[in-house]
Each structure stands twice: as C-alpha cells, then as structure tokens.
Design a binder for this molecule. Structure first.
Ligand code: KG4
Ligand code: ZN
Length: 445
C-alpha cells in the first residue's frame, strides 16, 4: 500500500518514452488542500469521491506543481542519419536508457531536496522498495499515442515499479502532457517572471495558470490539434490536421533542403537569421505593415503575394493541412541550385506560411468559442516566430484573452509535463494498478 504521510506534499515519478526521448521526472505537488491530511486522503486516495465537488471548486484548484527533477535523454543524433525516427532503433535505445535516466532523475531529486544520505537512488537500487514507496506516492506514464515499441519501454518499466512497490499508476495521453505544460507553476514564479520584467512583450504572456474555458493548440511532430476545454481533463477536439502535422512538415522540408533532423529548430534558426539580415529590404517591401484580413485578424506578411500557400486559412472549419504546402516547397526548389541563400529564403517563407495558418485559425476559434485563455504546447510551440506572432496578435486582437506559452524545455517531449497532467487527472480519476495499463499506438484524447 502507498503510505502517504499526512504532513508531506505528494511526489509523482513520471516517465515519457512515446517517441525518441527517454525522460523521467519527479514532481512535488504543494497545495494547501493536498498537504492537509484529510483532504489528501479524500482526493488522492479516493478521487472518485470528488464526484460531489462542484465545478467551481475544481476550477479553483490551482495546484502548486514543483519540478524536482526532469531528465531527458534525446536520441536525435542516432536518428538524424535517417532523416527521421527509425522506430526499431528508438525502442532499443529506450530499453538501454530508461534505468540510467531513472537513476539520474532520482539523484537530482535528492540534491534538490538535500537528502544526500539514505537517498532515493539508494532506496531504489538497494531494493528497499517499501522505503522507496514511502517517498514516491504515484507513478505516471505516457501510455498513448506514439510508437508502440517506444511506449512499451516506459509502460513496462512503470508496471514493474508498480508491481514491486504497489505504488498506483496514473496513465497519461501524450497530448495531455503538452497541454498541462502550461500548468507547471514553479516556472511561473521563477524564470519566466524574471525574464518578463526585462522584455515588455512578455507582459502578454500571463503569469498565472490558464482560465477555463480555454483553447489549446497542440502542435508537434505527430499532431496539430485545436482542443477546447471547459474544465480540467475535459477535451473537445474542434480541429486537427487532415494530413501531415506541422512538425512533420518542418522535418520534411528541412530534409528536402538538406538541412538535417529535426528540421524544426534548424528552420527556425536560419529563418530568424534571414529575417534579421533582410529586415531593411523586408521593411521596404511592406513586410512590417500589418494586413487586416480573415475576420479582422492582423497577420504580418511579406508583400501581397506570398511565395507559398496558406492551406485552409479561409476555410470555415478549424482543420489544418500541411501536405500541399510541403509539395509547393518541393516544386519551388525543383531544378534550382540550393544555395545557402535559397535555403534561408525557402525556410523563411515556409515558416511564414505555417505560422500564419496556425495563428489565424487558433485566433478565429478562440473568438468563436469565447475562451478566456489560449494555450500552446508541443515541439513546434518552441518556434520563435510562432511564439512572437501569437504574442503580437493576441495583444492586438484579443486583449481580454490570456496567452500561455510554456518555456521551451517544456514544449518538446519530457516527463515533467506528463507528471503535471497526471496531477490534474488525480482530481478526476482513480489511479490504476499495474495490470490495468496498456500501451496503445493510437488513441483519442
Ligand atoms: O512534441 P515533440 O517533441 O514530439 C512529438 O510529440 O512529436 O515535437 C517534435 C517536433 C519535431 O517535428 C520538431 O521538428 C518540432 O517539434 N520542433 C520545432 C521546433 N523545435 C522542435 N518546430 C519548429 N520550430 C522549433 N523551434
Ligand atoms: Zn510530443
């Protein structure tokens, strides 16, 4: 049985291995209600009793989530020679890396909690499982969606941990992790607020947790989805890609241009340089003049006729399509000598097209659904141009809506965000036993 001391905040050990990052994190949840013994018993041991709690009470549960450690081992180097993730190699790497990553994250937890003697790693390795389970209250793991071999590495590790310690498991959908990156509260009070003071634009990124109803744009290598949420763990997908995900398009265009893998950060970097070095010319070409279009949403654009299309931007739905854009790039680049200059120009123009579509459709949906907050998540949310376009457009067009963008380290895959989602799932759902979780390659939110 999990032995939860009534005075301590709870600790969650989370694992993520759905694609090509092996990650483990330990989170501490400090919330007045959680720390007090009686409420903790009520919520954490018997979450189903919450059925009687009113919606408003649940909405006000802004939990204080502290990340004690978050270790990520990336396989990017291994896959880069294939220009994408090689699934069989990815699962083998996860199996090899998962225990060292787990050890490293427990070690980091010790240094943050300053328990150097008799520490978590020691308890874990020396198989004094009862002591280990005194420290960790819950296990969380990504069970879906992802590469099945990769998911299985994390899921089976957590099953084994749970079997040997009786610590219950909170299964998490990978997309929930990207959404709940926006609810990690220690980042709000630490790094982001310091930066925000220096840069006025940060004023438009809210310093508090998002408010409901909200609209989440999850934009990664596997997904481009707009999700409406009335409350925690209540998801309605209002639009998604009908072909390639935005991150996938970034990766494929980068491959076409011979830029390497993953394409997103590389295109981001060279497109930013292109923007800076051509800003004089772009200014003259009216680049910086905002053009009002699409229901009064102001989107900056390069002249009047952009090089690449903005797929589905004016369609009366919230779906996306990036496959045609990728083909447009292919045709444009065909029979041309791909010089460094041309690479940069194409990267810049392609990025403008993707980010115009993402911002325009998200803002339209936010208007239609009258949300209080817009939140971003997933690897492509690390994109500097996308972040800036969201900041300036939300500021100009939707001053009553708060914008939340996670720090870059919580945009790409990592276990801390899986743990953050698990915390909120605990408010609504019972954790499960080791024999009740299953890895699934595809599954709805
Ligand atoms: O969320 P994530 O780490 O993994 C998936 O769930 O897929 O997202 C990975 C994707 C890749 O396609 C990568 O190229 C893209 O996110 N990405 C970026 C940036 N950083 C990562 N795309 C555009 N700009 C970036 N700075
Ligand atoms: Zn992801």
């Amino acid at each position: 049985m999990t032995n939860i001391s009534s005075k301590k905040p709870i600790k969650i050990l989370a694992i993520e291995s759905s694609c090509d990052e092996t990650s483990a994190a330990v989170l501490e949840v400090c919330h007045p209600e959680f720390i007090s013994g009686s409420h903790k018993e009520k919520i954490l041991k018997h979450p189903s009793r919450l059925e009687n709690q009113s919606e408003a009470e649940v909405q006000n549960d802004n939990l204080n989530i502290k990340i004690l450690s978050n270790v990520v081992s990336s396989q990017v180097k291994l896959h880069s020679k294939y220009g994408g993730v090689y699934p069989e190699l990815a699962s083998r790497e996860h199996v090899k890396n998962i225990i060292p990553v787990l050890e490293a994250t427990l070690q980091q937890t010790n240094s943050r909690t300053q328990k150097r003697k008799n520490n978590l790693v020691h308890k874990f390795i020396s198989s004094s499982v009862s002591k280990f389970s005194n420290e960790i209250d819950y296990l969380a793991v990504t069970t879906t969606p992802g590469l099945i071999g990769s998911l299985l590495a994390g899921v089976n590790t957590v099953k084994t941990l749970s079997f040997t310690t009786s610590i219950p498991i909170i299964p998490v959908n990978h997309l929930e992790g990207h959404i709940y990156a926006n609810f990690i509260t220690d980042e709000l009070t630490n790094e982001k607020t310091k930066k925000r003071k220096k840069h006025p634009v940060h004023k438009f990124i809210s310093s508090s947790v998002p408010e409901f109803p909200l609209l989440a744009l999850v934009v990664s290598g596997g997904h481009t989805s707009l999700i409406y949420m009335k409350d925690h763990i209540d998801y309605k997908i209002i639009g998604e890609t009908i072909d390639d995900a935005a991150g996938e398009a970034y990766d494929k265009v980068a491959k076409m241009l011979g830029l390497g893998y993953p394409g997103g950060p590389i295109i981001d970097a060279i497109a930013s340089k292109f923007l800076i070095s051509n800003s004089k010319f772009l200014k003259k070409s009216q680049y910086f003049k905002s053009k009002i279009r699409n229901n009064n949403l102001a989107i900056e654009q390069f002249g009047n006729s952009p090089l690449f299309p903005r797929p589905l931007i004016n369609k009366n739905n919230f779906n996306f399509s990036f496959s045609g854009l990728k083909t447009a790039v292919l045709y444009y680049a065909k029979d041309k000598k791909i010089t460094k200059n041309l690479q940069a120009k194409i990267a810049y123009e392609f990025q403008e097209a993707v980010t115009d579509v993402l911002v325009t459709k998200t803002l339209k949906a936010a208007q239609k659904y009258k949300v209080k907050s817009i939140i971003l998540g997933g690897g492509v949310a690390a994109n500097s141009r996308l972040r800036n376009k969201f900041k300036s457009n939300v500021k100009c067009q939707m001053s009553n809506v708060s914008l939340h963008i996670p720090p870059i380290k919580y945009c790409t895959d990592n276990a801390a965000v899986i743990g953050a989602a698990a915390v909120y799932k605990l408010l609504k759902e019972k954790p499960v036993k080791w024999y009740d979780i299953e890895a699934k390659a595809n599954s709805e939110l």
